[in-house]
Design a protein around this ligand. Sequence first.
Ligand code: ADP
Ligand code: MG
Length: 266
Amino acid sequence: MARIIAVANQKGGVGKTTTAVNLAAALAAAKRRVLLVDLDPQGNATMASGIDKRSAKPNGCEVLLDEAPIERAIVATAAHYDLLPGNGDLTAAEIKLMDALARESRLKEQLAKVADRYDTILIDCPPSLHLLTLNALTAADGLLIPVQCEYFALEGLSSLLETVKAVRQRLNPKLAIEGLLRTMYDVRNNLGNEVSAQLTQHFGDQVLRSIIPRNVRLAEAPSHGQPIHLYDRSSRGAIAYIGLAGELIRRERGAPAEPVLAETDA
Ligand code: ADP
Ligand code: MG
């Protein structure tokens, strides 16, 4: 049975999609069977995986509305993970779901049909805490929270954690915090260090050891429709995501995490 991890933070631009795509590729490179679910109407994870979101049909929309079997919507990608594509249709799905029965557990029900085919299912969430994200949190075993090492990094974290509490009480008691992931870290920037120290002070062991550096190759890769692993496998960004995959695998096995140090572009 797959372990399901939602990548969420209602702040936009913190590295959710970059993390979901490149972690999917890094886990697949480690011979894990991975499904990436693009639950953001922007369809960025779909495009970054080399799949044209405009022609992706059926996609997550039809699957959530029970209008197409999930098996028919899933496609294979060049980086050896599978993708449930998403695009603007998801906005319509979210609106139609408002009046539906068991509206928060649609994704959970659908993923259950394919869970035995994968080791890990990653869900890239939209920048909100609305119904699509609630579906992800209801389906998930763990929540991975990317946090950008910049001003206002902690802003919004408390409402995210409030939502987690509410989801645990009403929808999904098994939801765990997989970890907070520091992204776009720049060693030359004192602020990054301050934010990092603040995070550790507040969240202790829940802050992952792996740190994703600010790396221009990570920002370039999506426009080539490639995860970093295919675009530039020796880049600092690629190495950092391989380190993150290793840390998550070790955590799953209950082994102590090794510290992973990352540097930024010189
Ligand atoms: P989100 O999904 O949270 O909105 P994205 O993953 O799309 O965030 O990242 C926002 C922007 O920052 C994108 O243009 C992306 O390419 C860029 N980006 C993300 N992570 C990094 C990084 N570690 N280094 C450099 N650029 C990054
Ligand atoms: Mg995104």
